[in-house]
Design a protein around this ligand. Structure first.
Ligand code: AMP
Length: 305
């Protein structure tokens, strides 16, 4: 099936209905475009696990704050199209802002218990914008499976909670973070990094890897784990916007003492690049599970690269 580009929600609904009549399992990967190998991992998993895969590209104005990078957010439709086509995506949904939001649009979805800390604290309104647009997209596509990246762990938790609370029954699949050879998490915003900032940015995975090493050696003291990451950052004169340990299964719970359950160590760090400041986020999952331990070991190996 050749890759279809669909701009109108009614056309996408029709396309999905036709697939569902054929009993096809529908996979969905929501994105803001400027696709890279991180997005590609989500796309590949959807293509592998479902019969029909849909990617959306929509730079959602509602999730950008006033001083954020909406107008200069990278847009590269042709290469995004080619990446989707070469991976066997069936439909690419690329609506305009007017198509998604009518002039009288006023509904907002908020997941308050998960949106006031970490990125939510420093980007007020951001997750309400994300939750709202994802709900719209899910209502249009009604996919069986939705693929989201671990890199945006808080976003995944918010979308999961929203779906649970609103009885939306798509399965949310979280795909592990894809990294550069030196461990830096791939991000559409990495294009803003000049050579010096790119060099500095690799301190972020290094800081997480030092915590991972300590965890894998058996350390469970929360303070020691956070301190080792902070030390790596301070050595490069970096100071994170936040660096927090939270419960994996009950994300609103911050861990302050001993680690007795699977948890997430998450960071946001500004890195200066010429006249702009680039805000990068990353996280690792500290878990007894052998799959997550392998992910931690891979990160440790990358930062030693
Ligand atoms: P974005 O286009 O930045 O909104 O991202 C679209 C999806 O791709 C989100 O679910 C992200 O979490 C995911 N994503 C972005 N970067 C990565 C990465 N490095 N590894 C895995 N998933 C990613």
């Amino acid at each position: 099936m050749p890759l279809l580009v669909i701009n109108r929600k009614e056309d996408l609904r029709k396309f999905v209905q036709e697939q569902r009549i054929k009993q096809a399992k529908v996979g969905f990967v929501p994105t803001m475009g400027a696709l890279h190998s991180g997005h590609e991992a989500l796309i590949k998993q959807s293509v592998l696990e479902t019969d029909v895969s849909i990617v959306s590209i929509f730079v959602n104005p509602k999730q950008f704050g006033q001083n954020e990078d909406l107008s200069k957010y990278p847009r590269q439709f042709q290469s995004d199209y080619e990446l989707c086509e070469s991976n066997g995506i069936h439909a690419l949904f690329a609506p305009s802002v007017a198509e998604m939001y009518s002039p009288e649009f006023c509904t907002q979805i908020s997941v308050p218990s998960l949106n006031h800390f970490m990125c939510g604290k420093f980007r007020p309104g951001h997750f309400d914008g994300v939750a709202t647009v994802v709900m719209l997209l899910l209502n249009i596509v009604q996919p069986h499976f939705v693929y989201l990246g671990q890199k945006d762990f808080q976003q995944v938790q918010i979308i999961k909670r929203m779906c649970k609370d609103l009885y939306h029954d798509s399965n949310i699949i979280m795909v592990p973070t894809v990294r550069e050879k030196d461990g830096l998490a791939l991000s559409s915003r990495n294009v803003y990094l000049n050579t010096n900032a790119r060099e500095l940015a690799k301190t972020i995975p290094q800081a997480l890897a030092s915590a991972a090493k300590l965890y894998l050696s058996g350390e469970r003291d929360c303070e020691k784990i956070i301190k080792t990451s902070l030390k790596s950052l301070e050595e490069k004169n970096l100071s994170p916007q936040y660096l927090e340990l939270r419960s994996f299964s009950f994300f609103e719970r911050e861990i302050h003492t001993k680690i007795e359950e699977d948890c997430v160590l998450a960071i946001a760090q500004f890195v200066s690049s010429e006249e702009t400041q680039v805000r990068l986020i990353d996280n690792i999952i500290l878990s007894e599970d052998s799959i997550w331990k392998e992910v931690l070991n891979n990160l440790i190996n990358s930062v030693n690269y």
